[in-house]
Design a protein around this ligand. Sequence first.
Ligand SMILES: NC(=O)c1ccc[n+]([C@@H]2O[C@H](COP(=O)([O-])OP(=O)(O)OC[C@H]3O[C@@H](n4cnc5c(N)ncnc54)[C@H](OP(=O)(O)O)[C@@H]3O)[C@@H](O)[C@H]2O)c1
Length: 280
Amino acid sequence: MKILIIGNGYLGKRCADYWPDAVISDKKIYSVADARAVLQKHQPAVVLNAAGVVGKPNVDWCESHPRETIIGNTILPLQIAEACQEAGVYLLHLGTGCVFYDASPDPPGWREDDFANPVAVYTRTKYAADLALSTLPNIGIARIRMPVDYLPVPNNLIYKLVSFPRVIDVENSVTIVEDMVLACRRLLEKRAPGIFHVTNPGAIRHREIIALYEELVDPAHRNEWITASELVAQGLAQKKRSNVILQSSRLEQYGIRLRPIKEALRDTLIKYRIAKISQT
Ligand SMILES: NC(=O)c1ccc[n+]([C@@H]2O[C@H](COP(=O)([O-])OP(=O)(O)OC[C@H]3O[C@@H](n4cnc5c(N)ncnc54)[C@H](OP(=O)(O)O)[C@@H]3O)[C@@H](O)[C@H]2O)c1
């Protein structure tokens, strides 16, 4: 199955690391014609859209660059989707679970078909794409949250948390990247339509991640704990962050299971330690 990955960034490259039958395109797409040309060149069986605008150095960049964020997160997915629909090619689009804010009124967490309540520019533009793409056939949306990886790289939640001198202790659904790569592969193989919450079962607190990091990677690590409101008040974030728990029943319907978060996190931190040692 030839997979075309659009977007040569962190998550696109991580998928390409695991999928020998995938090609990754770094060609910039600004129109349906551009997307059509990329499809014609590669003739894929299925497409993963891992292109988007996440903001650099962080998501607050999107607050002051709404046009660029709309182009990358709302218009670009629609252009890619149009080319895929014309060609009859299944598209899996990488969405985000950060479209939800605060606790779900229906515990234990937000469901795939719940209407979201995004606040920030980044999350509003991502949700706009979800709303439109989810009306089309032959398209899946894989919503991931706070990627947790064993590679010590800036996009990885572990790397971010241990780099911050001051950290908030919140509970979240998160996505272990190794599990995400397997789940996305299965969604592509099944050409599964609709929205999927690609998060590991269970929830995890930042305090638990850091405690396990101190146990398994660096016992000398220290940080200060602050509240979520102090994060914005102290100017460490411009906009309130999404901290939420998601339900993931649609993956189960397709027989796709991710490891429970606590088991997967321990395994990831053991590998993180090895990767960190081999970096030095
Ligand atoms: N990382 C996360 O925490 C996270 C969480 C949930 C969902 N996601 C979603 O996953 C996707 C990938 O995220 P990521 O973390 O891999 O981000 P990333 O490292 O910034 O990768 C995104 C890639 O998309 C490319 N791109 C932007 N506009 C493009 C265009 N018009 N045509 C072709 N390529 C374009 C970027 O190129 P340039 O860098 O050259 O602009 C970059 O290589 C995004 O849609 C994001 O919303 C990410």
